[in-house]
Design a protein around this ligand. Structure first.
Ligand SMILES: [Zn+2]
Length: 180
């Protein structure tokens, strides 16, 4: 997926009726989506970076204003969309002030609102051949007989919660994901 397509999906999602309703219920929609004088959205923003903070981190959320996607996740359209939904949920969770852990019950309720049918899957990203190929150009990807190890052990890896990492940094909750 091209960066522009990812941005378009992110903007569409952010302005979807469900999200607008959620923000209306909080009572401060205008404060979440910020626009310049021409009406262009200036925040929240989506950025694509060559490397996130980890070889298995597909996306990161910064406060309620920015998400970063690892370039390699863009190798798969469905996974890119899943990571965008996951990270948008982090922005809204932070913005809502609902509290709880970064992947806790409150967060999950927001992910469920964004992605009613796929929210369980959206808690993680899942490796594919094209993702692993793209990822191996940026990171050292352990291989077994020519197949990336996490792709080979996908079931066991996604069952365990090894992907989940959260760090606090400068008082800013930086939710790291795989899309976790
Ligand atoms: Zn996350």
């Amino acid at each position: 997926m091209q960066r522009k397509t990812a941005e378009r999906y992110f903007n569409e999602l952010m302005m979807s009726p469900r999200v607008i309703q959620f923000l209306d219920n909080l009572g401060f929609k205008q404060l979440f989506i910020k626009r310049d004088n021409q009406g262009n959205v200036i925040s929240p923003k989506l950025e694509v970076v060559n490397k996130t903070s980890g070889a298995l981190v597909a996306g990161e959320a910064y406060g309620s204003h920015k998400i970063c996607l690892a370039k390699w996740i863009l190798a798969d359209d469905q996974q890119t969309k899943a990571v965008i939904r996951h990270e948008l949920a982090h922005l809204l969770h932070k913005f809502s002030g609902m509290g709880g852990n970064s992947h806790g019950q409150e967060y999950n309720s927001i992910l469920k609102m964004i992605s009613p049918n796929r929210w369980r899957k959206d808690r993680h990203w899942y490796p594919t051949v094209s993702i692993e190929k793209a990822r191996s150009k940026v990171h050292r990807v352990p291989m077994v007989n020519g197949t990336s190890m996490i792709l080979k052990n996908r079931a066991s890896l996604t069952k365990s919660r090894r992907y989940v990492k959260n760090v606090k940094c400068n008082n800013l909750v930086k939710a790291k994901s795989l899309s976790k």
